[in-house]
Ligand binder design. Structure first.
Ligand code: GLN
Length: 311
């Protein structure tokens, strides 16, 4: 271990013990299965560009990826269709609204961005579906390559999402009513639910974030998952839209492209430096992990990670 390695390990352990006692926030009970998790679970993970893994607490505990899947499926859509075609369908402007807002862009009828549910459902629907390569198979393969290992689906969470999914179905029908949604709304939402139910750990999420930070090359496997221009675009949209209606405040204070999910996962990426992730399922009113937000914010301050910082 060199001094830098020690500093990262110390920082993660310190922050873990500093924030483990915070029990503010609520479990996401609108998806019944998500209310059954251990509210105390708390893990932090960081992966550097040379593939070094650092962890503290429950970095290996599985949970469902939820909205943290959105940037990676957006990356897949950009890879397959290119930025111009994807932008015809979904814009890249911060919405200033909640993740599940029933809202589309005035005039064009496009979802505001691919990080809110409306945009994510559309992005999922853009992924080609062919007999040899079904849509969800492509998505699972892509998420797995970002993580550097084969991921699977938590079927119980998936069924819970299907049962509780009327708002997302309503969004899909609304999108179809304003323009030609490229697939049937029910099929689009089912695939989106399945994508949200993919099981990961904080260490997996750190690898996924590190792959974006590393220009699309997974630092653990050496696999080129997406091209560098695609990784750059995804990080840009995460920076402006990844934390929904709290994106501006997050960029102001923490200064890193990030994405949160309602199961309690949170990723942040330091371009050309690291991928960072946390897991703690107690959420604030925007649907972001309370401990994760605090811990990643503190780590950014402690290690000087803010992107606008002049080292
Ligand atoms: N599956 C969840 C939903 O669509 C994902 C939302 C989230 O993680 N913010 O409501």
């Amino acid at each position: 271990m060199n001094a830098a390695t020690d500093a990262v390990t110390d920082a993660l352990r310190d922050l873990h013990s500093r924030f483990a006692g915070i029990d503010d926030g609520e479990l996401a009970d609108y998806i019944p299965q998500l209310a059954l998790v251990d509210p105390e679970a708390f893990g932090l993970a960081l992966i550097s560009m040379d593939g070094h893994r650092y962890g503290a607490g429950d970095a290996g505990v599985p949970f469902t990826i939820q909205s943290v899947s959105k940037p990676f499926v957006y990356a897949l859509a950009l890879s397959v269709l290119g930025i111009d075609e994807v932008s015809r369908w979904v814009n890249a402007e911060p919405s200033g609204e909640a993740f599940n807002a029933i809202s589309l862009e005035l005039g064009t009828g496009r979802p505001d961005n691919p990080m809110v549910n409306a945009g994510a459902i559309l992005t999922t629907a853009l992924i080609p579906d062919t007999p040899g390569a079904p849509r969800f198979g492509r998505i699972l393969d892509c998420l797995s390559r970002f993580a550097g290992r084969m991921l699977d689906v938590d079927e119980q969470v998936y069924f819970s999402e299907v049962v509780a999914g009327d708002r997302n179905r309503a969004l899909a029908y609304l999108i179809r009513s304003t323009g030609p949604l490229p697939v049937d709304p029910v099929a689009a939402v089912e695939t989106y639910f399945r994508q949200c139910s993919v099981r990961v750990t904080a260490m997996d999420l750190a690898a996924m974030a590190a792959t974006l930070a590393n220009g699309g090359v997974n630092p653990l496997t050496g696999d080129t998952v997406v091209t560098e221009p695609v990784a750059v675009r995804v990080l840009a949209v995460m920076a402006t839209c990844g934390m929904y209606d709290a994106s501006g405040d997050w960029l102001l204070r923490v200064g890193l492209p990030a994405k949160s999910g309602v199961s309690g996962g949170l990723i942040a990426a330091g371009p050309a430096r690291f991928g960072l992730a946390s897991y703690s399922p107690l959420l604030d009113p925007t649907g972001t992990s309370v401990r994760g937000h605090r811990a990643i914010g503190a780590l950014s301050e402690r290690l000087g990670l803010h992107l606008m910082h002049n080292p």
